[in-house]
Design a protein around this ligand. Structure first.
Ligand code: CA
Length: 227
């Protein structure tokens, strides 16, 4: 499988390309949006990793140009951490997924493999679990049809839970994914924000987020709902 890596920072690009080759992919690196569009439309890639910050046209413009012709090649956008408006814009323009920088390489591989397995699903902007729904475009959550407004951080946290439905997530995993690696690992910010989400989402019903003793937290999946 051929991955087109669109990244103008040479060090980052070669790190990604080496890792991909080590994982059995073929990797081609380009450093501008124009080359990204050209190579994608030439059919050079099975999947595209597209950085937002590029020296000529930005990643969004490149994506829009690609999608006017090619709606099929999966595109994963690389966005700044916590930049919710970038993600939303990327998804609206036809990105299949996004990954906040800096990212864990294993997570990048997992996202690439997941995208190559699934056919493109343009309507997958809504993540659901039981009676819980999160719309990635509007950033609105619903529980049992009731609308719940979330802050950016609450949105990112709930999204992380929904993408890992049913899995036990340690505080450290959550902290790294939602707040970034440089955040103080002794902080109780995860517990505080889980508390915010519960108070907004639960409204007297069974909590969607379960505390796992000694482990962390788990979003109750369909199989664990009501247990
Ligand atoms: Ca860049």
């Amino acid at each position: 499988m051929r991955v087109l890596v669109v990244e103008d920072e040479g060090r980052v690009a070669s790190f990604i390309a080496k890792g991909l080759v080590g994982a059995g992919f073929a990797a081609e690196v380009v450093g501008t949006g124009a080359e990204a569009v050209r190579r994608t439309l030439e059919g050079a890639a099975d999947i595209v990793l597209l950085d937002v910050g590029l020296p000529d046209i930005d990643g969004f413009t490149a994506l829009a140009e690609i999608r006017t012709v090619d709606q099929a090649t999966p595109v994963i956008m690389l966005t700044a951490r916590g930049d919710v408006s970038s993600r939303v814009r990327g998804l609206e323009l036809g990105a299949d997924d996004y990954l906040p920088k800096p990212f864990d390489f294993e997570e990048l591989l997992a996202r690439i493999r997941a995208r190559l397995r699934q056919p493109r699903q343009p309507e997958s902007f809504v993540l659901t679990s039981g009676d819980l729904e999160l719309d990635l475009r509007t950033r609105q959550a619903r529980r049992a049809e009731l609308l719940v407004d979330l802050t950016s951080r609450e949105f990112a946290l709930l999204e992380f839970f929904l993408r890992h439905e049913g899995q036990v997530l340690s505080r450290t995993q959550i902290l790294n994914a939602v707040w970034g690696y440089d955040f103080d690992p002794g902080s109780n910010v995860v517990d505080v924000y889980v508390g915010y989400l519960r108070s907004k989402l639960d409204a007297g019903a069974t909590s969607v987020i379960e505390t796992v003793r000694g482990g962390g937290y788990r979003l109750r999946g369909r199989s664990t709902a009501g247990s």
